[in-house]
Design a binder for this molecule. Sequence first.
Ligand code: ZN
Length: 79
Amino acid sequence: MKCVICKTGEVQPDTVQAEIKAGCDRLLVTVEAEVCRECGEAYYSSEALRLLERVRDDFSRKVIAPPSVGKVYQIPMDR
Ligand SMILES: [Zn+2]
């Protein structure tokens, strides 16, 4: 399959870290996806998208409490 974004790259199965937002937090979820060799665009299967939805839900309802790998710092404007 050809990538629909850059229209030149071949799309191949790969493992990627999908980044999803849950309020102010972001979750990195390792999932299988089809990834473009040229531009890196990832295409998720409906199965993977369902998984991401479930992870976001579970995280929001505190069913899961994954370890944090970093913090987000906000710098005020008057600096
Ligand atoms: Zn592409």
